[in-house]
Ligand binder design. Structure first.
Ligand SMILES: [Zn+2]
Ligand SMILES: [Zn+2]
Length: 269
């Protein structure tokens, strides 16, 4: 029996956490059946590093963007440079971008300004987006909905599940249905393995049709490795947990979530 083929749709492999053993981390991912890894940037520097990693590894693809935490340190020149990176064939999305009202590391108006500017970059370059949201669902939903409505051609250019992913989705099943109606999908990291994980109840309601898997490495390490550094090979633990909870095969979880990621990021090349 061959191992299921997974895609880790969100791993920050440029962090210093991996400086000493990145090749070993990538080998373990391959051995675990993680065929492809998507690396989202969080500012201009890490976006460039994500692109470099993708240029050096056939199974890595990059997203470029300025995270809401970093928005107050960025300026319009950074946005211009992010847009230039879109021409690189290894860049498959704008991200991660969004709003984070839990930490509020950047003032909210600045977060919104950078989000809007980067949604526009995605539209101009016909790319999907990787969205981060924390305690900011209402504002994020309304900005994304405005973009979708203002640019129907952008939305229609993305084959289902569409034009972006709400990563580490914190919403209810009802909110997930709304996100799907905009043409977006959701993804879940290791939180699904935590005790009393509400996300598993949400997944039981929404199913896996519009689902991606992610590790959010180096964060969100699944049980039983909680507290340790996370890495893409651990996606298998997330897939297993979802398969068990939905009473379907691990193979089906891997196949469906991989197909979704391939479509979203346009990885048929
Ligand atoms: Zn995030
Ligand atoms: Zn992230």
């Amino acid at each position: 029996m061959t191992a299921p083929n997974y895609i880790d749709s969100h791993a920050h492999l440029f962090f210093a956490d991996y400086a000493d053993d990145l090749e070993a981390v990538l080998t373990r991912a391959q051995e675990a059946g993680v065929g492809t890894i998507i690396v989202p940037g969080t500012d201009l520097k890490s976006s460039r590093e994500a692109v470099l990693l993708a240029e050096q590894h056939q199974n890595i693809f990059a997203c470029v963007g300025i995270h809401p935490h970093e928005a107050s340190k960025a300026d319009s020149r950074d946005l211009e440079e992010i847009e230039k990176l879109c021409a690189n064939p290894n860049v498959v999305a704008i991200g991660e971008i969004g709003l984070d009202y839990h930490y509020d590391f950047s003032p909210r108006d600045v977060q919104q300004k950078f989000l809007t500017a980067q949604l526009d970059i995605a539209v101009r370059n016909n790319l999907p987006v990787v969205l981060h949201t924390r305690e900011s669902n209402e504002d994020l939903y309304s900005l994304v909905e405005q973009t979708v409505k203002a640019h129907p051609a952008w939305r229609e250019a993305g084959s289902e599940p569409g034009r972006g992913v709400f990563h580490c989705f914190p919403g209810t099943a009802e909110q997930a249905a709304y996100v799907f109606s905009l043409g977006f999908c959701v993804s879940y990291p290791g939180i699904v393995t935590f005790k009393k994980a509400q996300s598993i109840d949400v997944i039981k309601e929404i199913g896996i049709r519009n689902l991606l898997l992610e590790t959010d490495s180096p964060y969100m390490t699944p049980v039983p490795y909680r507290g340790k550094r996370n890495e893409p090979a651990n996606i298998v633990l997330i897939g297993k947990k979802i398969a068990e909870s939905l009473n379907i095969s691990e193979d089906e979880v891997a196949r469906t979530t991989t197909e979704n990621a391939v479509r979203l990021f346009g990885l048929h090349r």
